[in-house]
Design a protein around this ligand. Structure first.
Ligand SMILES: [Zn+2]
Length: 328
């Protein structure tokens, strides 16, 4: 669809799914220049799902970014047939309210002006449900010293993720870390020993004690150490804000700062930390959004992605808690 880019603020809401706004801070604006630009994004996404968006334009833009639901996402670019093609991995948070939101692609053109291109995306309810578990008291109500330890771990993780790679370290399809069935799905509201304990920000996959756990994608090891709830924890930085998280390992086989390839064994499954039995808790973050890692399996980096699909074939279960253990 043809759009008009201008140095003035132009609203093209009447264009339907493809809108365009170009902010202009100057009081006087030159005449608009006709520019073709296309934003490819899904019209519908569920809470907690990641998706790819693409901007195609003859403009060569720098400092591009995507803003959606109050979160900022990093981009990567390529040139195809003289056109600039900018991609971004974007996600709706599990706690972002359902509704219609404007996704805004922006960048600086060669003349130094900010150009912005937008599309509305409907976020629908993830229908996450609830899960009740019984756990040892110390794992639900830690003492003061343990709370201090947990806070320090959280700060350390945030610090490591704050220095994550600014370039994309993953490529192609994501790898499932263990083949086991889904024991507990993403987003469940957890009730532990009859107390509400927040959301399950990951998936629990069936894995036997000592079973190899593989990197979901290429990246660098951001964390490889024991944490209180997570047990032996590995966090992989895949660049551009994307990280994957592997908890309760009986053994870690990688060191911080090390580069890993997609599918490489990073450790062995176990039941360390807050776990009722051996399994893999597998999580993913994109910037400040904790997303359903299964949604990564519908993506191929750089590919056109016009709608989201339920990755039914990957779930291997019905979302109920099985005998393999679970953790909040
Ligand atoms: Zn879990």
């Amino acid at each position: 669809m043809m759009l008009v880019a201008t140095r003035c603020l132009v609203a093209l809401a009447a264009l339907g799914i493809l809108g365009l706004t170009t902010p202009c801070l100057a009081a006087e604006c030159p005449a608009p220049a006709a520019v073709a630009a296309t934003v490819v994004a899904p019209a519908l996404v569920a809470q907690g799902q990641a998706f790819l968006v693409t901007l195609r334009t003859p403009l060569v833009l720098r400092d591009t970014q995507v803003d959606f639901l109050g979160h900022r996402f990093q981009t990567w670019a390529e040139t195809q047939g003289g056109e600039s093609v900018v991609h971004a991995l974007v996600a709706a948070g599990a706690d972002d309210p359902a509704g219609s939101y404007r996704l805004i692609f922006s960048g600086t053109d060669p003349a130094g002006n900010r150009a912005a291109f937008s599309q509305d995306v409907q976020v629908y309810d993830g229908a996450f449900g609830e899960q009740r578990l019984r756990l040892p008291k110390a794992m639900v109500r830690p003492d003061a010293a343990t709370l201090e330890r947990i806070a320090a771990e959280k700060a350390r993780l945030a610090e490591r993720l704050a220095t994550a790679a600014q370039e994309r370290l993953w490529d192609g399809r994501f790898v499932r870390p263990v083949p086991g069935a889904l024991l507990s799905r993403f987003g469940l509201l957890r009730v532990l020993n009859n107390e509400p304990c927040g959301r399950h920000y990951g998936v629990d996959l069936r894995a036997a004690q000592g079973q190899p756990v593989r990197a979901a994608a290429g990246g660098r090891v951001a964390v490889a150490e024991p944490f209180y709830f997570e047990g032996n924890l590995v966090v992989l930085d895949h660049g551009l804000g994307l990280a994957t998280i592997y908890c309760h390992l009986s053994q870690t086989d990688v060191k911080e700062g090390e580069s890993v390839a997609a599918g490489q064994v990073i450790g062995l499954a176990g039941a360390t930390g807050r776990a009722t039995g051996p399994h893999l808790h597998f999580g993913a973050r994109l910037g400040d959004v904790r997303l359903d890692p299964f949604s990564l399996y519908t993506l191929t980096a750089g590919a056109r992605h016009e709608h989201t699909q339920e990755p039914k074939d990957l779930r291997g279960g019905n979302g109920a808690v099985g005998a393999g253990g679970a953790h909040p």
